[in-house]
Design a protein around this ligand. Structure first.
Ligand SMILES: *[C@@H]1O[C@H](CO)[C@@H](O)[C@H](O)[C@H]1NC(C)=O
Ligand SMILES: *[C@@H]1O[C@H](CO)[C@@H](O)[C@H](O)[C@H]1NC(C)=O
Length: 329
């Protein structure tokens, strides 16, 4: 085989490479090489892994092809490079990149302690205590765009970002001063919905309030909500209907009309505050009962019966979050 080092001088000014060898072969330029395609497939993959850590300063994707003649096999070797700028390069250079959260778990915040929750067994372990400035944290949400948790910390009314080891950083101060904010989730466009705070990394409106207002909560006690892409533009919640015999009402908040609607009533389920909610994008909303620790699964379309999924911790002053895009528990 040829010496790969003869190709590497072109690589040292290059940066991030968002490409696998499979994608190279699917590239039309590679297909044009006809009979040499097999050689390309052998040659390209090792080179790709060599350049991943180098730096590429351009802002647009670039394709680059080299071709050399090898006298021993009397054939051409072609190598196709396809570079795209690092998607996070411009806005996220800090070490938190390496501390993203494992996404198979649910996360529960209780006052200032962060727990990891296994939703299938109910098992709970402490990630860290005394987070941030050690004042109560709530309205915690998992951002699928960067795999960090976001939450409101009460002391200085701040939006904080929480990494996998429980360390925090302040993203911004909340524009309003409502000490009762206790529900929050982030949709897959990066909008943090307690009041529509934009968390899309790199966005011009990052961390600014894009909507706010008062809504009718239908007389229910709503302690958390969760966004599920499969469920459309809504935030779902299992709400405690505090009227005698009310049980639980599955509701959804429309991100378009900014109103709550009833999906289904379950008078015989629950009866306590559902304090922490976690969602799986197969249409399942998990809600944890503060009083007895039970974690129930609610199909968000109503219809089929909710069921007891596991026995979790009893808690108060809490909120839950999870990576909704992960389908395993
Ligand atoms: C709450 O429960 C009461 C009593 O069962 C019922 O009449 C009412 O419709 C329920 N409200 C909602 C929004 O589910
Ligand atoms: C959704 O996923 C969970 C976890 O894998 C599973 O337990 C549940 O049965 C699934 N629900 C549906 C409706 O597929």
């Amino acid at each position: 085989m040829k010496n790969r080092a003869t190709m590497t001088p072109t690589l040292n000014f290059l940066a991030f490479l968002a490409l696998s060898s499979v994608k190279v072969l699917a590239n039309p330029t590679a297909a044009l090489l006809g009979d040499l395609l097999d050689i390309v497939s052998l040659d390209v993959a090792p080179l790709i892994t060599e350049v991943v850590t180098t730096t590429y300063p351009a802002s647009t994707p670039t394709t680059y092809t080299t071709s050399t003649y090898d006298t021993s096999c009397q054939c051409h070797y072609s190598t196709i490079f396809w570079w795209t700028p690092h998607p996070h390069h411009s806005y996220e250079p800090h070490p938190y990149q390496r501390r993203r959260l494992p996404h198979q778990y649910g996360y529960l915040i209780q006052a200032v302690t962060l727990y990891q929750v296994d939703l299938s067994t109910g098992g709970v372990s402490v990630v860290k205590d005394h987070l941030g400035d050690d004042t109560t944290i709530n309205a915690m949400a998992y951002n699928t765009l960067d795999n960090f948790l976001y939450a409101r910390q009460r002391g200085n009314n701040e939006l904080i970002r929480i990494s996998s080891d429980g360390t925090t950083e302040v993203v911004t101060t909340f524009p309003d001063n409502n000490n009762n904010v206790n529900i929050g989730d982030i949709d897959t466009d990066g909008n943090y919905w307690y009041a529509g705070m934009d968390l899309k990394p790199g966005s011009a409106t990052y961390g600014t309030l894009i909507d706010s207002g008062k809504v009718d909560n239908l007389g229910l006690s709503i302690a958390d909500w969760a966004y599920l892409p499969v469920g459309g533009p809504y935030l779902y919640s299992a709400a405690h209907n505090t009227t005698a015999g009310g049980g639980t009402t599955l509701i959804r908040f429309s991100l378009e009309t900014k109103t709550y609607g009833v999906v289904q009533r379950y008078p015989n389920i629950g009866g306590h505050t559902w304090g922490a909610m976690y969602a799986i994008n197969n249409g399942t909303l998990y809600a944890s009962d503060n009083t007895n620790g039970e974690i129930w699964a609610f199909p968000i379309e109503g219809g089929s019966r909710p069921y007891l999924a596991s026995q979790g911790p009893i808690s108060g002053q809490n909120d839950g979050a999870r990576c909704v895009l992960n389908l395993d528990v």
